[in-house]
Structure formats: C-alpha cells, structure tokens
Design a binder for this molecule. Structure first.
Ligand SMILES: Cc1ncc(COP(=O)(O)O)c(C=O)c1O
Length: 399
C-alpha cells in the first residue's frame, strides 16, 4: 500500500490533475460506439476541439494514442520518406521527436541550441533563404519544450516562412502548450498541430489530438509514408459517413473530453490562458526569491506551463524530487537527459489554481532546506502570493 493522507500534490508537467467533474463524467460503463449516441457526441467534440486550436478550417482527429503517436500521425500523413525537414533540438522532447523523424526516414536538418534556449530562428532564416528550389518540405517545432520550460515564438516562425514565401509545412508539437498557452493555428498558419489529453486538457493519457489544416490535408493525398493506424483518410471516410470511428474509441475518454471542454469553455479559453500566465509568473517570482536560476535563459522564452529550476552544482536535483515524494506527498518533475540532476521541474498546467501552487511552493522551500540549499521559509510564497493578491480576478460565476 502507498497511502498518504490528504491530496497528493501533482506538480509534474503532465500527466496533470483531473478535475472531479471529469472523473465523474468518465465513471460509466462501455457503450456501443456504433449506436447513435457516440457519433452524436463525437460530432460535438470535433467541432469544439477546433476552438482550443483556434482554427475554423482545421480538421481534428482524436487518436487513441499519446503525444508520441500524434507526432507520428502528423509526420506520416504529410511527408514521404527522404523528404527534407528542418527540426529544432532544444530539449528532451524535441530530441525524441527528431529521433522519430529520423527513424521514419526523413532527411532531418537538426538545428541545435543550448538546453534552456529557444529554437534558433536565425538558422531557419538562412536555410530558407538558400532553399530557392524548395527542397525543405516541413518545419517541425515544439511550441513548448517541457524538459526546459522554453516556449518558442511561433508567430515569428510563420513570419520568416512568409518573408521567404516558402511553402514548407509548419508542423507543431503543442503537447504542453495547447489549451494553456496562447496558440493560434489559423492566424499563425500552422499546418498540423498536435496535443495529448494528459496535459492542459487535464484528462487521463490516451487521446492524441491532431489537427490538420487544408494544406496538410492536401499534402496527405500524395504523402507516401507508410501509415495504417494513424491514416487520416480512414477517419475522413468515417466522418463522411457520420459514424466517425474506423476502430473502437475509448468511450470513457470521449465523455471525459466533453466534460473537460465544457469546463474550459465555462472558464473561457482566454481566461484559462491568463490563469496559466499568473501561475507561470508567480513561480518565476518564487524562484527568484530563493536566489535560484530558471533553466530558461531569456525572458522571451519563459514558459507559463512548466518551470525548470536550476540548482547549485553541489545539490542533486533528483534528490529534490525524491524528497518531495517521500516526505511531502508531492510530485515534481525530474531533470531529463542533459539536465538530469541539474534541474527539477514545477509543472503548472491544467486544472490547477493559485492556492494549490502556493502549497507547492511552500513544499519546495522546505525541500530545498532539507537537501542543503538554505532558503528563508515563506520567501517564495510571499513573492508569489503578493503578486496573486493583486492579480487574481473574481470567479466569474460567483460575482
Ligand atoms: C512537448 C512534448 N511533446 C511530446 C511528448 C510525448 O507525449 P507522450 O508522452 O504523451 O507520448 C511530451 C510528453 O511529455 C511532451 O512534453
């Protein structure tokens, strides 16, 4: 048994806290997915999911998979083996995606930055400038690198593509951004965007959500990559028939997604984004008050969904995470790969409020003292709560 009293403080950057309403909505028996209720439900989901991508022309696909499967779906439906793509390596998740791109036999121009920096868009610019014959077929970029807490500027990527009138597809990993950070598929000309249910949507893992714009759908008609389970065309055939599913969906996740979207729309997507801005800002204020550094090297890349906190070299950041779990019933994120032992991560995304975050920050202060980095108890909490006091709006339904 592994019981601890009270609520567990889940502060990893996914999987995130599932709201009670969503848990209750999913607590149901299986149903026949061919009976009319499930297609009717699916129809509403496909319409409403477009809103979180901020698209009116994109077509969403709800794959029974994770973010990794959603990546594969985005790539194999739009590209052919040997196609040249430009991909930015800035942390563990972009690294894993590049590994997938290479294993799928694309010809990847890897543009590497220090972990803690954003995508090097100067290199993108020079690559596009010299690619007069348009050999580059796609730009792949992680909007929010969850390993380092770095958010890339997608509007800038679109501008560079437009400046060079380059037709490459823009394929975006929005796994730890969509529904938490400002994301505008249509406005930024994103051709394919993907996310996973266990991040900002605050659902269990198991849905890989892919949204394909018109240019990507067109590309899928001639893309030669082998695909079966993730083939958009199979879904599109069933969309036309109004039955929606080429194979069995998770009934419970569909009801969960309905409830999750309802909660998000009730709060208002823009308010959800503002809430994440507050959570991110308050976390950074606390880190500063502790005298620690953010792994993210410049303000322009600060992430409002995850903060990777650098510890001094004489501290093992993994011990912070272990201690948190063993003594304080809290989960923090480990540093991954190149930053293992050097950072611990505070995930502040999904169904989470300001007072919950203050609990986390109070816990981190005790843990830091425990592991030998002295901080004044309450210093980070004071900085964060002073900011919250001036910035938390009234709850709209309770005014
Ligand atoms: C930015 C990003 N992309 C992709 C993934 C992979 O998603 P999954 O673990 O759901 O396959 C993750 C997982 O944390 C992620 O943070």
């Amino acid at each position: 048994m592994d019981n601890a009293p009270g609520r567990h403080h889940l502060f990893v950057p996914g999987p995130t806290n599932i709201p009670e309403q969503v848990i209750r909505a999913m607590n149901r028996n299986n149903e026949d997915y061919r009976a009319p209720a499930i297609p009717a439900l699916t129809k509403t989901l496909l319409e409403d999911v477009k809103k979180i991508f901020k698209t009116s022309t994109g077509i969403p696909f709800l794959f029974p998979t994770t973010g990794t499967g959603a990546w594969e779906s985005a790539l194999t439906n739009t590209l052919s083996p040997g196609d040249r793509i430009v991909s930015f390596l800035i942390g563990q998740f972009s690294l894993l995606w590049i590994d997938q791109q290479q294993r799928l036999n694309f010809n990847v121009d890897v543009v590497e930055s220090d972990w803690g920096q954003g995508a090097n868009l100067d290199v993108l610019e020079s690559k596009l400038a010299s690619d007069r014959t348009h050999t580059i077929k796609a730009i792949c970029i992680v909007h929010n690198e969850t390993a380092t807490g770095v958010t890339n500027n997608l509007a800038k990527v679109r501008k560079i593509l437009d400046d060079y009138q380059h037709p490459a597809l823009l394929i975006v990993d929005g796994v730890s951004s969509i529904c938490a950070l400002d994301f505008r598929m249509d406005e930024w000309g994103v051709d394919v965007a993907v996310t996973g249910s266990q991040k900002a949507l605050s659902l269990p893992t198991g849905l890989g959500i892919v949204c394909a714009g018109p240019k990507a759908i067109e590309a899928s008609k001639s893309a030669k990559s082998l695909r079966v389970f993730f083939d958009w065309n199979d879904y599109l055939k069933f969309y036309k028939l109004g039955t929606y599913w080429p194979y069995t969906p998770s009934i419970q996740l569909l009801y969960g997604l309905r409830e999750a979207l309802d909660l998000i729309f009730e709060e208002g997507l823009d308010n959800v984004i503002l809430r994440h801005k507050r959570l991110g800002h308050a976390t950074r204020l606390a880190v500063e008050a502790w005298g620690l550094k953010n792994c993210t090297q410049k303000e322009e890349w600060y992430s409002d969904t995850v903060t990777a906190v650098l510890v001094p070299p004489y501290i093992d950041a993994a011990e912070v995470v272990r201690r948190s779990w063993k003594r304080y019933n809290m989960s923090l994120g480990l540093g991954l790969n190149k930053v293992a032992g050097k950072v611990f991560r505070i995930g502040h995304l999904g169904n989470l409020n300001e007072l919950q975050l203050l609990g986390c920050l109070a816990g981190v202060e005790m843990i830091l003292n425990d592991v030998g980095y002295p901080v004044k108890l309450g210093s980070g909490v004071a900085a964060a709560s002073a900011y919250f006091q001036n910035n938390i709006p009234m709850i709209p339904s309770r005014i």
